[in-house]
Design a protein. Structure first.
Length: 113
């Protein structure tokens, strides 16, 4: 199984970014997919996850600003991030679960003040 993330980059505070992740290598649809992030010197934390049926769970810091979605047929998961803040600066990791947990390579999101 491989997860290929794209998107991210540098944006000013208040701006928007979109992350995408494509999962491959499984004949079955993934269970939970989502995004985690890790800021320098901190642990990796949940941002948002979505189940195959569309149920979502967001970190408190993401609620109202970020929207997660997925396409089960394509095994892709997206994260639309609005009203970005400097505190959102981190490496964002795509996540997918099917029996085991799988992680993408990480994509940098930098929000300048």
């Amino acid at each position: 199984v491989q997860l290929q993330a794209s998107g991210g980059g540098l944006v000013q505070a208040g701006g928007s970014l979109s992350l995408s992740c494509a999962a491959s290598g499984s004949r079955l649809s993934f269970n939970t997919m989502g995004w985690y992030r890790q800021a320098p010197g901190k642990q990796r934390d949940l941002v948002a996850i979505i189940t195959r049926s569309g149920m979502t769970n967001y970190a408190d810091s993401a609620k109202g600003r970020f929207t997660i979605s997925r396409d089960n047929a394509k095994n892709t998961v997206n994260l639309q991030m609005n009203s970005l803040e400097p505190e959102d600066t981190a490496v964002y990791y795509c996540y997918a679960n099917i029996i085991f947990d799988y992680w993408g390579q990480g994509t940098q999101v930098t929000v300048s003040s």
